[in-house]
Write a protein that binds this ligand. Structure first.
Ligand SMILES: Cc1cc2nc3c(=O)[nH]c(=O)nc-3n(C[C@H](O)[C@H](O)[C@H](O)COP(=O)(O)O)c2cc1C
Length: 311
């Protein structure tokens, strides 16, 4: 079948060739997936969270498979800003797709320092603010569960990001996700990404102890997909649509049909996470599948699909 669909997406001032990202923490910093897939075919790439200082993260066990997904309690282990600049930026410079650097921290000034240092780097297209990590004791999710704190950190980081777009990554672990989404957008967020993982637990019944050393971890994968689709649709209807803020839909996407569900729900782009561990090349397959779907449905421009949910 002849492909006629324009799959390019305008995303927070950036032009993406297609709407498929690989997301933070599942694809390394830059080239770790390069042996398995052609990263330049993606719509965009999001790095593992970077903090000002290197972090060892939590002790093992840090990962456990569940029935329809996994729990992780990595605890934001990362090489820190200096090493990132020294070792990873030169690789990122060679990538042809827009790269968002995901930033985390314990204090607002830590986030601001990281973003300020990177704001002038040409290789970086934008920033993703991680205010939704459930696996750290300080910072992380606490900024993402209180609207006043979400607004304060978003506006401080937005200033530090200068001309580069800022995407704010939301946690599902709140009473009303739209309240946090609205706070972030009113404080200057150019895009929203959702969702991060749900706090969850697995128990070894022989020892009666939690499987993860951290006791709890973040649940991701197919188990969370339907909740993520619902939350994307809710934020689209209640916050993003009228303000024309693009949403990056994330949560359990494994196939092109999963991705299309998120786009119909209101996402302008989608992010692939846990599925990369099962099949590292799946993002490219998903792009091809979305194109086939659009051709079959005679959709000329993928933008028509965003928020096209019928009653
Ligand atoms: C092993 C692992 C590590 C992760 N690390 C990060 C991280 O450093 N920063 C972040 O914002 N999200 C992180 N996430 C969350 C993912 O980016 C994504 O939001 C979540 O897993 C839901 O998508 P999925 O179901 O497609 O995996 C991590 C997820 C996993 C499974």
């Amino acid at each position: 079948m002849e492909e006629k669909t324009d799959t390019s997406v305008d995303f927070a001032g950036l032009k993406l060739a297609n709407p498929v990202f690989v997301v933070s923490g599942t694809s390394g910093y830059a080239d770790e997936l390069a042996d398995f897939t052609d990263l330049n075919r993606l719509g965009g790439f999001i790095t593992k969270s970077i903090t000002l200082k290197p972090r060892k993260g939590n002790p093992p066990e840090r990962i456990v498979e569940t029935d329809a997904g996994m729990l992780n309690a990595i605890g934001l282990a990362n090489i820190g800003l200096d090493k990132f600049i020294e070792e990873k930026l030169p690789i990122i410079e060679k990538l042809k797709v827009p790269v968002f650097v995901n930033v985390a921290g314990e204090t607002i000034s830590e986030y601001v320092t990281v973003v300020e240092r990177l704001a002038t780097e040409r290789a970086i297209a934008g920033f993703e603010l991680n205010i939704s990590c459930p696996n750290v004791t300080k910072g992380g999710i606490s900024f993402g569960t209180d609207p006043a704190q979400a607004a304060e950190i978003t506006s401080a980081v937005k200033k530090a990001a200068a001309q580069k777009p800022l995407m704010v990554k939301l946690s599902p672990a709140v009473t009303d996700i739209s309240v946090i989404a609205r706070a972030a957008v009113e404080a200057g967020a150019d895009a929203l990404s959702l969702i991060n993982t749900f706090t969850a637990m697995a128990i070894d019944i022989e020892t009666a102890k939690p499987v993860l050393a951290n006791k709890t971890g973040g649940l991701s994968g197919p188990a969370i997909k339907s909740i993520a689709v619902y939350l994307v649709n809710k934020v689209y209807n209640e916050v993003a649509k009228e303000r024309r803020i693009p949403i990056l839909g994330i949560g359990g996407i494994r196939t092109a049909s999963d991705a299309v569900e998120f786009i119909i729900a209101g996402a302008s782009a989608v992010g692939i996470g846990t599925a990369n561990f099962i099949e590292p090349g799946c993002a490219v397959k998903i792009i091809e599948g979305i194109k086939k779907y659009c051709a079959r449905k005679e959709i000329k421009n993928i933008k028509e699909l965003t928020g096209s949910l019928k009653a």
